[in-house]
Design a protein around this ligand. Structure first.
Ligand SMILES: [Zn+2]
Length: 709
């Protein structure tokens, strides 16, 4: 009697026979794979139609939607005054800054078999554009950018809330407004509701900076606005920009099989961004101001949708401006492009406070995205739903976490309560319950699921070859992957195909099959960020990452808004520590015009700075006015040139600056995300250029885009 183990160990021939048999099985043709042909009319030559499984998922999802509630459509069109004159707005630089023509297809059909009915509904709602009356004295231009532009009648002119992303679209909106209701009156004040780029980037399109400096036009913003406006996007800016290719689908053509809007709005405009610093900060929790003769009560709501944000109540009009704290969607607690996780409990509480402070009497509620709500009952309904949405996500996710549900499982366990799912504004057109629930766990417990296997895991590329080997090689995985694909079990298919692609980045067939799987998953999503991410990954797997030079959208205004400390911190991030091994120096930096001083040290291959101190025996002292340093920060004048012409003064060893410059690295704005996509596959076309390129000088600060949200 031998055990099975002894048998196998003692009979090599038998083992060989097994192997042969195994091999025979392997070489046999796989179970009849469904041949999916490329879809005619798809923007990509390898693009596929939605499968029968996807159609079924979408059909079932549609049945759960509260389609009988059509109030959003009535509210969206209420108060319409005039349409947008031209569906395209040109940028001053000559390219198209805004294009609504590409979204016309959304209105040409009732349904699309490749778009989730709920997402399509939201995109149709966002497909309205023009000038609207909110109530007499308050007007909005919608559909000219990701966000809305709002005008409130003041005593001497128009108070502007949130001037969009870029100047060109703001100008076009202002022209339309003036043509119909503006009465030729000027802008009398500007309010930035919060720190995200889609709420101030177009200010130069409507305001002359001289009028702000002279005090003629105040700009009002929440406390610490400037500090947080830039800082959120600088340190990890390049990574965030790259991830925007996924979340915002920057490469995807607008198409039933591609980009269908962003939920918050159709897209982000591509003109010129600028930033004029506020002249008046709202410091108190609740603060009343007279703004051009209009009584406004501001409610600061820090660390909610943005690090600094404020709601505004106009008591004489019973009008409540909810900034971006309450919009027609579940918002992001975690943002797929990458951001620090927000505080949903605090967010919920500020909405609750707005409800009890203003919402009990408000008759109109409006915001920086989407459309207003009329009537107190409706306002209270929306505020209560939104309050409970964020609180539930916080509380119930933590409830589950306290029972052992991990960050790797929570999105499959947590569900938004049914009552909230039945409210359109609580559905996920920006945040999704899936990625938000994971975000809540990340906020409180971090990335680790507490299984030691995931404590110091191998990198995917290092572990994948063993999986591939153990699964019996590429052909077997492809065969099983195709079966799972054909059965509509796309998440399982993506698990094993991803392992193969990680192990064999040059395996074109594997990348194509994984792309097919991602594409079906993309079509099935209600949330545009999830849809775009799957479709963007499919795109890059099929075509590689597009190269090509396009306009650089970095804005000198934004870089000027960086504090010197933030700039020095960022240099520490741009420096490749591996190039600085063995280097050591101490430098004093003095900027006389703003009275700041820093000690900057390079030691242990690490660049640090401390504000407010100077070293006693520095290797170098660099004295330069902050105003001049900005020229170097924006890449307009090299530090060498500043020194050469005496703008900057150096004492000590100036060669330090050269050595330091040599350690600075240009981040690749198109770094690889999916394996094997770095080399573009030129035969595959159909992509849209994104606006990221360029090479930075060593001391340039390079947040290339203002990120909208
Ligand atoms: Zn926004």
């Amino acid at each position: 009697m031998t055990t099975r183990r002894e048998f196998l160990a003692s009979v090599p021939a038998a083992l060989a026979a097994f192997a042969v048999a195994d091999r025979l099985v392997l070489d046999a043709p796989p179970a009849r794979a469904q041949q999916i042909d490329p879809l005619r009319g798809h923007f990509h030559p390898k693009g596929k139609a939605p499968s029968s499984h996807t159609l079924e998922v979408l059909r079932k999802a549609k049945q759960t939607l509260p389609l009988s509630d059509t109030r959003d459509f009535e509210e969206q069109k209420r108060g319409f005054i005039a349409p947008m004159k031209s569906l395209k707005i040109m940028a001053d630089a000559g390219h198209v800054a805004w294009d609504m023509e590409r979204f016309q297809f959304l209105d040409e059909q009732e349904e699309f078999d490749s778009i989730h009915a709920s997402l399509l509904r939201q995109s149709k709602l966002n497909n309205n554009y023009g000038l609207y009356e909110v109530v007499p004295g308050i007007y909005q231009v919608r559909g000219f950018d990701l966000s809305d532009l709002t005008f409130v009648r003041g005593k001497t002119g128009w108070i502007v809330f949130d001037p969009l992303v870029t100047g060109e679209v703001v100008r076009a909106a202002w022209d339309l407004f003036q043509e119909h209701v503006g009465e030729g009156l000027p802008v009398s004040a500007v309010i930035y509701s919060h720190t995200h780029g889609d709420h101030w980037g177009g200010v130069r399109g409507i305001v002359d900076e001289a009028d702000v400096r002279s005090g003629k036009i105040p700009i009002i913003a929440p406390a610490d606005f400037m500090e947080f406006t830039v800082s959120e996007n600088v340190y990890a800016g390049n990574a965030m920009n790259r991830r925007l290719f996924y979340q915002y689908g920057l490469l995807l053509p607008a198409s039933p099989h591609g980009y269908v809007g962003q939920g918050l709005g159709q897209a982000v405009s591509a003109g010129a961004t600028g930033l004029i610093a506020p002249t008046k900060y709202v410091e108190k929790d609740i603060e009343e101001l007279d703004v051009d003769g209009v009584r406004m009560i501001f409610q600061n709501t820090p660390n909610t949708e943005a690090p600094r944000e404020m709601n505004t109540y106009i008591p004489d009009l019973k009008a409540l401006w909810m900034a971006e704290n309450v919009i027609a969607s579940l918002h992001n607690i975690y943002t797929l492009r990458g951001a620090q996780v927000r505080d949903p409990l605090r967010w919920s509480k500020y909405i609750g406070e707005a409800l009890y402070r203003f919402g009990v009497e408000a008759e109109i509620m409006f915001a920086s995205h989407h459309w207003p709500r009329w009537g107190n009952e409706r306002i209270q309904e929306v505020l209560r739903g939104q309050r409970d949405l964020y609180a539930n996500m916080n509380n119930q996710v933590l409830h589950l976490a306290n029972q052992g549900v991990t960050i790797s499982e929570i999105h499959n366990v947590y569900q938004v309560p049914k009552g909230l799912q039945a409210k359109w504004d609580c559905r996920g057109y920006h945040g999704s319950p899936q990625h938000n629930s994971r975000g809540v766990i990340q906020r409180y417990l971090g990335f680790w699921d507490c299984n030691p296997t995931s404590l110091i895991p191998l990198s995917p590329a290092d572990s994948a070859p063993l999986y591939v080997e153990m699964m019996g090689g590429a052909e077997k995985i492809m065969s099983r992957g195709r079966e799972l694909h054909d059965e509509g079990r796309y998440l399982l298919a993506s698990e094993i195909l991803n392992k193969l692609v990680q192990a064999e980045p040059d395996n074109e067939a594997a990348k194509d099959l994984l792309a097919d799987v991602f594409e079906q998953l993309g079509y099935q999503q209600e949330n545009p960020g999830l849809r775009n991410s799957f479709l963007a990954a499919a795109y890059e797997l099929r075509s590689g990452i597009p190269e090509g030079e396009t306009a650089d959208s970095s804005s000198p205004d934004v870089i000027r808004a960086m504090s010197t400390e933030l700039f020095l911190n960022f240099l520490g991030i741009r420096m490749d520590s591996r190039k600085a091994e063995g280097m050591r120096f101490t430098m004093n930096l003095i900027t006389p015009d703003n009275g700041e001083k820093f000690v900057v040290e390079l030691d242990n291959a690490t660049l640090t700075n401390i504000k407010g101190f100077l070293a006693e025996k520095p290797d170098l002292t660099l004295t330069i006015n902050r105003a001049d340093l900005e020229q170097t920060m924006i890449g307009a004048k090299a530090l060498d040139a500043q020194i050469a012409d005496g703008t900057a003064n150096v004492e000590g060893d100036p060669s330090i600056l050269k050595k330091l410059a040599a350690t600075m690295v240009d981040f690749d704005p198109r770094f690889e995300i999916m394996p094997g996509t770095k080399t573009r596959r030129p035969e595959m076309t159909g992509y849209v250029e994104s606006g990221i390129s360029g090479t930075a000088s060593p001391y340039e600060a390079v947040p290339r885009q203002t990120i909208a949200e």
